[in-house]
Design a protein around this ligand. Structure first.
Ligand code: ZN
Length: 148
């Protein structure tokens, strides 16, 4: 049995190489939304939409200088936002994906700054970061076909 092992190894290596080589370039990059891709988008849209609906709750807390709730809202309900947006961005067309991913990242930076502003009770900064975050959120959604 032992002397067949190396041969089996070579055969497996060839098969693996072929699977990688044949699987890669053969898949065409879609430039429009097919029903199959839309299904993926629709799978991840509701999770992001529900957080967008709740997002203005932050504004109320900022107006009331309710910093405890600002911070627990960012770390609680909005804690899932980044990963949900990234999953949704991953389903978008190749031409929109990088922009969606960078908007998701930017939004997260604004939320981090809002968190810091809340920790030090800076209402003006908090309000600015809230608006910046909202702008990035809506720019992100404008790239998603289910929100257009
Ligand atoms: Zn921004």
């Amino acid at each position: 049995m032992g002397r067949f092992r190396p041969l089996l190894g070579i055969v497996l290596a060839i098969v693996a190489t072929c699977l990688v080589a044949c699987g890669g370039p053969a898949t065409k990059i879609p430039t429009t939304y097919t029903p199959e891709i839309l299904q993926q988008v629709e799978l991840y849209s509701p999770g992001v939409a529900s957080l967008r609906d709740r997002f203005p709750e932050l504004q109320g807390y900022i107006q009331n200088q309710d910093w405890v709730n600002v911070q627990s809202f960012i770390h609680g309900p909005m804690g899932e936002l980044r990963s949900r947006m990234n999953r949704l961005a991953g389903t978008l067309l190749t031409k929109d994906k990088p922009q969606a991913q960078s908007l998701a990242k930017e939004l997260y930076v604004h939320l981090e700054r809002l968190d810091e502003a809340a920790a030090s009770g800076q209402q003006v900064v908090a309000g600015q970061e809230y608006r910046n975050a909202l702008d990035d959120f809506d720019a992100f959604l404008s790239l998603v076909p289910t929100f257009q």
